[in-house]
Design a protein around this ligand. Structure first.
Ligand code: DON
Length: 317
């Protein structure tokens, strides 16, 4: 029996539905705690007392608990989708324009950019995502349509959409992103007009998806780059490996070390309160609860993932 089969067989024996119920019970006292992101005015209106979690397995099963079908603003989780598109378009050349190291700074920090000549530390901080957006704009005639089609295909949900209200709310309050993008452009690391880069970026962040959408959509990263349903290649296995590695080291902002310590999985969070995590060769798990900790990660969500890997033994360590 191949090692992948052993792992899949182990996951098949786990009672994931009961694990999710247990987690929902354990994190209930945390739900509603923390701060809902308010620097994007539209997100400040999201009720804090929500919790949802969904697991999608490579053998085609789906489990969920709580508000797992409710759509929310995926924000920076979108950076893992856009990185996939940019890496497919540019291959290894991409790494001349964006680094692969954790930043150790807040996701919207300006300070490193000056010292590092406009090359963002990684694709998951805001500056890095602007460079990725620029690559997609240069390589794709209809960038937003391409992104939306990709996300709809991956999630199997044609109703996934972009919330224009969230996008324009962020544009109106997006002074820091505007500063970052202008700064990168001054170093010659953006080819497209800053306005276009920001417009794409604010729209990708405004994608609305549920936990079940996210769990299904990211199965390709658990499946060595292949679509779980058709087996077709989405991205080659080497690139899937690299995206997972970046999610582990940089996917949860300057809390990535703490997150690896607690959860032990590649993961990407967003200030909408969502987190997607990948158990390579086994499953994906998405969680959502809008209350954030001081680093911008979902408070109840991070605890739920900590419990998930502890209860199931499914982490990369
Ligand atoms: O640009 C922002 O601040 C938000 N659209 C996204 C922030 C987020 O989710 C965390 N970023 N790494």
């Amino acid at each position: 029996m191949k090692s992948d089969e052993i792992i899949l067989e182990t996951s098949a024996k786990l009672d994931i539905a009961s694990v999710l119920e247990e987690i929902a019970g354990e994190v209930a006292p945390l739900v509603g705690q923390g701060e809902v992101a308010s620097y994007i005015p539209r997100l400040a209106r999201v009720p804090a007392n929500r919790f949802g979690m969904a697991v999608a397995t490579l053998d085609g099963r789906l489990f969920s608990v709580g508000d797992a079908e409710e759509r929310f603003s995926i924000q920076s989780i979108s950076k893992a989708f856009s990185l996939t598109l940019a890496l497919e378009a540019l291959g290894g050349e991409l790494w001349k324009r964006v680094g692969r190291e954790p930043s150790g700074n807040a996701f919207n920090s300006l300070v490193q950019l000056e010292r590092e000549n406009g090359i963002p530390r990684n694709p998951f901080i805001n500056a890095g995502a602007h460079v990725i957006a620029d690559v997609i704009l240069s390589q794709t005639p209809k960038p937003l349509e391409t992104l939306l089609e990709f996300v709809r295909d991956r999630s199997g949900n044609a109703e996934v959409c972009i919330d224009e209200e969230v996008a324009s709310s962020e544009r109106e309050a997006g002074f820091r992103n505007a500063a970052l993008a202008n700064f990168i452009r001054s170093f010659g690391n953006l080819d497209n007009p800053v306005e276009d880069v920001l417009d794409f970026y604010f729209h990708q962040c405004a994608l609305q998806m549920s936990c079940t959408d996210l769990a299904r959509a990211f199965l390709y990263l658990a499946n060595e780059g292949r679509c779980q349903r058709s087996g077709e290649s989405v991205i080659n296995p080497e690139r899937a490996k690299r995206i997972n590695a970046l999610m582990l080291t940089c996917g949860t902002y300057d809390a990535a070390g703490e997150f690896a310590f607690r959860v032990g999985l590649p993961a990407k969070s967003g200030v909408g309160g969502g987190i997607i995590a990948v158990v390579p060769k086994v499953l994906t798990v998405a969680v959502w609860s809008p209350g954030l900790d001081e680093k911008g990660n979902s408070l109840a969500g991070a605890t739920a993932l900590d419990l998930f890997t502890t209860l199931t033994g499914l982490s990369v360590f």
